[in-house]
Structures are given as structure tokens and as C-alpha cells.
Design a protein around this ligand. Sequence first.
Ligand SMILES: Nc1nc2c(ncn2[C@@H]2O[C@H](COP(=O)(O)OP(=O)(O)OP(=O)(O)O)[C@@H](O)[C@H]2O)c(=O)[nH]1
Length: 382
Amino acid sequence: MKPILDSSRDVDKSDWANRKRPGRYIKWLSLSLMSFMALMVLIIYEARWVFPEIQTYFSQPGNLTGQQLATRSRHYLQDAQARLLDMPGPEERAAAITDIELAYGLFDVDVYHQQYDCTSPSLGVLDETVTSLESDSVLPVVLARELLDPIACLTRIEMGQLDRRAEAINTFSERTRWHNQVLIYTSLLIFVFGLLFWWLHERQLRRTEKATQETLRWMGRAMRDPLTGIGNRSALHQDVMQQAQQLLGLVLVDIDFFKQYNDTMGHPAGDALLRNLVLLIADALPEEATLYRLGGDEFAALLPCEDIDALGRYCQQLHQEVQRSAFSHAAHPDKKQVTLSIGATCFMPSRVGFPRAYEAADNALYQVKTAGRDDWQIIAVA
Ligand SMILES: Nc1nc2c(ncn2[C@@H]2O[C@H](COP(=O)(O)OP(=O)(O)OP(=O)(O)O)[C@@H](O)[C@H]2O)c(=O)[nH]1
């Protein structure tokens, strides 16, 4: 036996749910894109601030290079001093002059002039020492002692430059640590915001889905006859609209003398008969037929209509099936069993419209009723 309930409306529901999914993925995609953009901003930040820090540190002219020049200059002066203390002959004196001149070249640096006030006096001493050595007017030992001040100045420069270097390293470490903390906390913040977005999004989605399911459930109920479980008049209208381009058979079925049935058997028995007749009609008609209860004891069936003859065969089949099932009806004037009056028509909704088709099928039913009931009739749409 085929199912009585029209499952097509349930299929529509799942289709709707499937259609919702792409929107959900697009939202996820946009969230991922936002996270990606945030990470890009972080990377740009890193490149913009942290790497220039490193570059600045290694390119500082006053640090490494400055300290090395002072050291070399001091070495030349100490060599010259050693030569002068060792009773130098003409060659040694010339070598001492060369050492002092080389030391002078390495000492005479702008940075030293700007940052160390002993630089200019020391260079003056070196000038005088070279002049004295060239004229041989002062004892070499005395000149060696004169070099002590420039050597002391160079040592001070070296210490100063080393201190500055340590200071730069400290500053660099501090700033790097600070930037790293910014990176870590910003990443954490992005992660927490991501979780929050996700949670809000999921909550909203669940609420919307619940509301939609509820609406669909109510719509489904509004389209069904609660006694028999089949569609009602509204469902019939909706289904006709959905098959506007198809040739459809509309079959109207009415129980004969149902009022008398109720009066003698009672309303609960009448309800049971209505339910049983639904099963019987569903069995008698083809698999594709959909049943509706239009009200009281009137049913309708919607099915594909190949031609009038095929529709007639289905009506005949239904009529015979009711006769065969022989539901007892003691109050029936002559048959003493339940009989049906059936009116039908064939139509295409987009061409003739449902009201005209219904009118034709109803006229057919009316003719059967007036001709004595328990029969079927087909009338073409006018
Ligand atoms: N048991 C039951 N009876 C119903 C229900 N809805 C309507 N009826 C009854 O169905 C009967 C329909 O009566 P009528 O329209 O006069 O039709 P009829 O007695 O079948 O007469 P004909 O169609 O001319 O043969 C009324 O007595 C209604 O009370 C229902 O849900 N359950």
C-alpha cells in the first residue's frame, strides 16, 4: 500500500535546508578571510617595526666601528711610545712618527670630536709630538710621556663606545620583547574574537533554523486534515499551482447518505469510516495520486491524466473497490452498504485554471448524485 501522506512537502523542507548551507559556508569563508587579513596586518607590523630595529642597530656608526678605530689608534700610539722609550735611532724615530701619524688619522673622527672633549687637545699633542720628533728638539722619553694623555683619551673613547653599545643592545632587547608581547597578545585577541564570532554565528544559525522548522511545522499542520492525515483544500490548491504545466486528473469523491450513517452508527464510527475510505481510495488509485479531504464527507484526488479513458478506468476501479469492500451501512436506502458518488475531469492548470476544473468535476459529481448516486461520471472542462 502506498503512503497516504503527501511526502513531497517534506522533501521541499530538506531542499530548503540544503539551500541554506552555501550561505553558512560563505560566512565561514569571510571569517577566515578576516583572520587572514589580521595576520597579514601583524606580519606587516613585524616587518615595519622589528626588522628596521635590527637594521638600525647594526648600522649605527658610533658603536662597533667607532670603538674599533679608537682601539687601533691606541695600539699605534702604544707602539710609538715603546719605540721612543727604547733610545731610538733615526730609523726608529721615523717609524714612531709614522705610527703617530697613522694613530692621528684613526683618531681624527667627527664622532669623537662631537662626543669626547679630550679629542681635540689630544690631537694637538700628537701634532706637537711629530713636530718635536722631526726637529729632534725634545728628548724621546719626554715625548713618550706626552703620549700618555692621548692614550688615556682613546681608552676613554673605547670605554664610552662599549657602554653605548651595551645600552643599544639593552634598548633593542627591550623593544623586541615589547613587540613580541604585542604580537602574542594581538594573536590571542584575534583568536578570542574568532571564537566569539563563531559562537554568535552558530547561535544565530541555530535560532533561525529552529524558527524555520517551527514555521514549516505549522505550515504543514495548516495544510493537513487532522482526522485523516491527508492534505486539505489549501494543500490541493498549492499542489495544483506547482504542477501548472501538467495534464492533471481531478477526482471528487462524496460518500452517499453519510448523514444517515452518522445518525445510525454514531459520529466515532463515521470518523472511522472516513479514515478507512482514505486507505481504500489510495489503494484503488495509481501510486502517483495524492489525496485531499475538502470537508465533511468530500474527498479529492489529484493524479496525472494521460487521457479521459485512463481517468475513467481509475474511477471505475475505485467504484468497484468500494463495492467489493462492502462497508456496512444499515441506513442506506437500498444498498445497505457504503457507496460513493464520483465526479472527475482532466485539465491543465496553466490553460484552464483550477476553478473551472473544479466546477466541471463538481458538476459531474452532482449529476451522479441526482441520477441516484453510487456511480461515476467525467465531464470535460467547458
Ligand atoms: N463523523 C463525521 N461526520 C462528519 C464530519 N464532517 C462532517 N460530517 C457529517 O457529514 C454529513 C454530511 O451530510 P450531507 O452533506 O447531507 O451529505 P450526505 O448525508 O452524504 O448526503 P448525500 O451526499 O446527498 O448523499 C453531515 O451529517 C456532517 O455532520 C466528520 O469529521 N466526522
